[in-house]
Design a protein around this ligand. Sequence first.
Ligand code: NAD
Length: 369
Amino acid sequence: MFSNKKILVLPGDGVGPECVAEAIKVLEWLNSKLNIKFTLMEGLVGGSSYDAHGIPLTDKTLEVARQSDAILFGSVGGPKWDNVERVNRPENGLLKLRKELDLFANLRPANIFTALIDSSPIKKEIVEGLDILIIRELTSGVYFGEPKKIETLDDGSKVAIDTQRYTSMEIERVAKVAFDLSLKRNKRVCSTEKANVMESGVLWREVVSKLHNEKYKEIELNHMYADACSMELVRNPKQFDVILTDNLFGDMLSDQASMLTGSIGMLPSASLGEKKISDRQHALYEPIHGSAPDIAGKGIANPIAQILSLSMMLKYSFDLNKEQILISKAISNCLYKGYRTKDIMQENCTEVSTSGITNHIIDELNNLI
Ligand code: NAD
């Protein structure tokens, strides 16, 4: 029996708690049918933590996160906290978790369920069979580099400064994640930066090439400027297997790739820390969407991105690959039978609620075992 793994559940705000509740139903199904036992702990993050404690993440919750084998995260934020001082904004709870646990590798798969192919804004033949994994560096680069400020100049005008900064260690460790994951896929990595105009891009290219030469020669590596990659993602996205990129370009490219698949309610992500031999690898799993305040509380949110985030957890934190595939198949079968939440509703399909679609997914899980 697989047991004794501790999961910290942080539902957050808006549709976060609604979607997380559905993922927990799937986890409970795994517990009851497949004898996989997880211990769940729940905590507050984001606006809900601010309301209770005056800060978006308490030290106590952070400590529980450090002791957990994985974190299942919902989403944070919403207009209720728009006027809260910057340091205590809900989003800072998530940023603090990423930074404190050093979750430097962000994995964002962009693959399309065949039943939803018509939801993509891109032509069917271009996206059919799409299966890309974007690895974005998450804890360094221009979002964190110092100096970072706005200053007033002598003539009274202002200057804003952000600093793009990468060390070779930061580049190497995220490149290693990309190479290792590509070994389990199609052994192709496309590394993207702007080496033509940025020093950080020059170093990025140098470090990735060196690592490739030394340890990963069986992988096909190519380098592409980030602007060209953005264009190629629309023109011919199926040329990509694994895309490796920095924090800023990864932010853009992964959002762009997500839209190839049709709906924001369908896409999960994983953020991983260093793999240590003696210690646990920190990992946080969350949908890519936000707290969707416009639909929160209406029972119409799509929980599939959250359920797929759970399935990524099974794969990347617990090596439960068969269970991950099982969940993916159940979702696919449910979509084939025409069950849809409002965001992915199509002609001749049946619209169901947040919990309704989960119930159909669980029916499919039962059919599959
Ligand atoms: P959003 O992702 O919350 O919503 C964008 C659009 O997608 C909305 O129309 C929403 O209704 C829809 N949508 C999102 N998730 C959906 C789902 N599961 N099912 C169906 N439709 C869904 O982005 P936003 O509106 O820009 O941000 C809302 C709040 O979320 C903000 O406070 C923002 O800061 C926060 N946010 C949080 C995270 C996070 O927690 N990781 C990420 C992005 C945004």
